[in-house]
Design a protein around this ligand. Structure first.
Ligand code: BGC
Length: 818
């Protein structure tokens, strides 16, 4: 191979800024240039004083800026599916603005998000991070988010390019699909975000695409991203995804993360020196890195953008509104919702008290506080609210809540954490406000032993234990508990993302000191515990499920209305592991049925990012889906239930009626390959085409608190655009927001039905407005496999005006072009 990619940097053009970066790159020697192309740390790129380059700092992620040096408190926003349920580019912009402020406050230059992979199978563990099952909705929301972020000087990094829709075998799986599916479905959100928002970077995924690793996929990284789409941002590898040197460097990958070790370094220097690789390839990557540095103020000395001036009260209001507005009313018989303020409410379920506000993995953020649904509702209902707890929802007990444990040194809520090296040096000795995420990046030295100490002021009958790999010894009063924890090997990054747990039951007197010693063992001594792998468990022993159900049913019988909060936890909604069922964990279904049998009225709140089965659907009066609503989630949900803020969300994922009843289900690769057999018929498209039975709820479904009448739609050409116009009347008794959706319905069965545009209107009761929906032309084309290019879809297609495909309100033919 001689000088592969030699002409690469011509693609960058010759704008003055590019020329300036080229000159700077040219002033560096080969080793320095190559050093810059691998991270200097887990989330940093090295400074290079000779050219005025300062350290570039990155942070995850989509729902909050977790920081470069986690753990530190940062605002936790509602998760991506709850944000997307607004079906509002305006809302996605607000999210981008908040994240930009949070990033600036932490001196972060590049935010590793948004996640724009699609909800292909609802089993995907990471769906909570990604917007939706639809490429147009996902792409347009992502573009609004990215534009808002970058307008404020913070770079975005849409991820994971491409075909990373599930987690099983995620670092090795080869995802296979036909070219039309790749183009029309999985590449489309990236194409839209590139076209509409020009992200400053994009992250190459862990997986392979048709056999070729995404980080060394020249056809995609150079052919599609750069040559076809004309995009000139920086391609960053997913963390640890790069497994080759010259192959990835010439394919179009610019930056290997994390560092400082990695496959490039000496190997690329050697490749250039032996003539295997043209130095201009290295230069091209460095120039791109410098352009990013310039855009984010790391190069030109302009410094980071202004720090946030957001006051806590308005942030609180913003986060409450975001959470409430995305809540989605799935059923509402007899106008059960909004709740009557004077009614006596029995609030039931573990999720009511321990509301799950975020998913697990790299998207995790440590919020300064969280408001549970119980707290949010009690602020509004006072003593008309009775809270009754509920059945166990987790297999793995979580780390102790700060209100249960106290640091014996400082007396503050949380634990004392001491980390020792092999030779007994103290690497860390500090207070930790949470009983998990204890160690982010110990300063030098190999971790040998971790000591965790906490007082349990209230004592009682407790479940005590440890989270994380190692040999544990816990002393709790007179009790000594020992156990060894190892990873099962079932997923990549398990020690960080789903660490093993063991607990024992102990009776403690108030003020007992719990002391844990964890010998982490040689296998993990070199491991850099970035996500905080260790934690201390201390919680009251949960009551027996049958007792909890009986208590819940009696509380329900004594109230005017029962609100049962059910859901998933980070055991289901997590990076690194997929689900095997969408059934609610534990005995939650039995609890809902028992409550519904005794209550006058039953409202179910679903605290889950993704679809769950609802065998009790016909037994309850109303159902509201509330995603993972972030730190103000409890206030948001309370405001939505009482109608202070309308829960005007529309579903972003089709809810299957049964396990398996969807166009794509299994996510376990066979012999390393995962084939997207349903092709372009993802989600609602496949249900519509008969590849799967009628779903429980369609993508786009959501009732809000209005009642809507539609006139007859018309469609007309306005210049290059096709515009659908329809009158909508709010026949309800309160102001409401309607999302008017238009789908293209092709004549035959070859092409899928697909969302082509939408708009939202907010209408006073009794009023009528005209809604205009512009059809997005990127939906009106088809990838011609034979020709290897796009062809326009024939004019005269049917257009369907709907509130989700389960509630069609009109049809009109697209006008023919003259
Ligand atoms: C995830 C990325 C994330 C990165 C850094 C990886 O495991 O796939 O989405 O940005 O870690 O935390």
């Amino acid at each position: 191979m001689a000088n592969p990619g030699a002409a690469g940097d011509e693609r960058l053009g010759s704008a003055p800024a590019v020329e300036a970066c080229r000159d700077l790159a040219a002033s560096l020697d080969l080793r320095t240039k190559v050093r810059l192309l691998t991270g200097s740390g887990y989330f940093t790129v090295a400074a290079e004083e000779s050219i005025g380059l300062r350290e570039l700092r990155m942070s995850d992620g989509p729902s909050g800026v977790r920081g470069t040096d986690a753990p530190q408190a940062a605002a936790l926003l509602p998760n991506a599916t709850l944000v997307a349920a607004s079906w509002s580019e305006q809302t996605a912009s607000v999210v981008g603005e908040i994240l930009a402020e949070e990033a600036a406050a932490q001196n972060v230059h590049l935010l590793l998000g948004p996640t724009i992979n699609l909800h292909r199978s609802v089993l995907g563990g990471r769906l909570f991070e990604a917007f939706s099952e639809d490429p147009l909705l996902t792409g347009r929301l992502a573009a609004a988010y990215v534009s808002a972020l970058q307008r404020r000087g913070i770079g975005a990094c849409p991820k994971h390019f491409v075909a990373n829709e599930s987690e099983t075998e995620r670092t090795t799986v080869s995802v296979e699909m036909d070219e039309a599916t790749l183009r029309e479905v999985y590449l489309l959100p990236f194409e839209i975000v590139v076209q509409d928002a020009d992200p400053w970077s994009i992250m190459a995924a862990y997986n392979r695409v048709s056999g070729v690793p995404a980080t060394e996929n020249r056809r995609l990284l150079t052919g599609v991203l750069r040559d076809e789409w004309g995009w000139n941002g920086l391609v960053v590898s997913d963390w640890g995804a790069t497994t080759s040197d010259v192959a990835s460097a010439t394919a179009g990958l610019d930056l290997v993360m994390p560092g400082p070790e990695g496959p490039w370094g000496a190997a690329l220097v050697n490749a250039v020196e032996t003539g295997m690789l043209a130095e201009s390839v290295i230069d091209e990557h460095v120039v791109r890195l410098l352009i990013l540095a310039m855009r984010t103020g790391v190069l030109d000395g302009s410094g980071p953008p202004l720090r946030s001036t957001q006051d806590p009260e308005s942030r609180r209001a913003q986060l409450t509104t975001l959470a409430a507005a995305g809540c989605t009313v799935l059923t509402n018989h007899g106008a059960t919702l909004p709740l009557d303020r004077d009614s006596r409410v029995a609030l039931i379920g573990r999720h009511a008290i321990e509301t799950v506000c975020l998913g697990g993995g790299s998207a995790e953020v440590m919020p300064p506080y969280t408001v549970s649904i119980a707290e949010g509702l009690s602020e509004l209902l006072g003593d008309r609210l009775i809270v009754a707890g509920g059945v166990e929802v987790r297999d793995r007990p979580p780390a102790a809540q700060p209100e249960v444990v106290t640091d014996p040194v400082t007396g503050r809520p949380g634990v004392r954490c001491v980390v020792l090296s092999e030779d007994g040096c103290v690497l860390v000795d500090g207070h930790r406000p949470a009983a998990k995420d204890l160690i982010s990046d110990p300063p030098g030295g190999r971790v040998d032993t971790i000591l965790l100490r906490a007082l349990v002021p209230l004592g009682g009958y407790l479940e005590v234990g440890g989270i994380g790999v190692g040999d544990w010894e816990i002393l709790a009063g007179d009790e000594r508990i020992t156990f060894s924890l190892r990873v099962s090997g079932r997923c990549f990054g398990e020690e960080a993302l789903a660490p093993p747990v063991s607990t024992a039951r102990v009776v403690m007197s108030p003020g007992t000191l719990v002391e844990a010693r964890v010998a982490v063992g040689p296998a993990f001594q070199a491991h850099r515990p970035v996500y905080g792998n260790w934690g201390l468990v201390a919680r009251s022993v949960p009551p027996d499920d049958a007792d909890s159900i009986a208590r819940a049913a009696s509380a329900a019988a004594a109230a005017d209305v029962a609100v049962v909060v059910v859901g998933t936890t980070q055991e289901q909604e997590t990076e690194s592991i997929d689900k095997s069922t969408i059934r609610l964990p534990g005995a939650q279904d039995a609890m809902v049925s028992a409550v519904a049998a005794r209550a006058r009225r039953t409202v179910v709140v679903v605290n889950a990012a993704t679809p769950v089965l609802m065998p009790w659907l016909d037994e309850v009066d109303a159902i509201v889906w509330c995603g993972l609503p972030g730190q103000e989630g409890g206030r948001g949900v309370a405001a939505a239930l009482l109608g202070d803020i309308e829960p005007a969300g529309r579903l972003v994922t089709t809810f299957p009626a049964e396990d398996g009843a969807a166009p794509a289900w299994a996510v376990t690769p066979s012999e390393g390959r995962l084939t997207y057999r349903e092709g372009r018929f993802i989600g609602y498209r496949g249900h519509w085409a008969g590849l799967a039975p009628e779903p429980a709820f369609w993508f786009g479904h959501g009732l809000g608190y209005g009642a809507w009448e539609y006139g007859s739609p018309t469609a007309a050409r306005e210049g290059d655009d096709v515009v659908v116009t329809v009158e909508v009347t709010n026949a309800g008794i309160r102001e409401s927001r309607e999302v008017v959706q238009v789908y293209v319905e092709p004549a035959g069965t070859e092409e899928p039905i697909r969302l082509a545009g939408w708009t939202s209107v907010t209408v006073a009761p009794g009023a009528t407005v005209t809604a205009r929906v512009v059809i997005d032309s990127r939906i009106c084309r088809r990838w011609d496999q034979a020709r290897g290019g796009w062809v326009a879809v024939a004019d005269g297609n049917g257009l369907v005006v709907a509130r989700g495909l389960g509630d069609i309100r009109g049809r009109v033919r697209a006008p023919r072009s003259s």
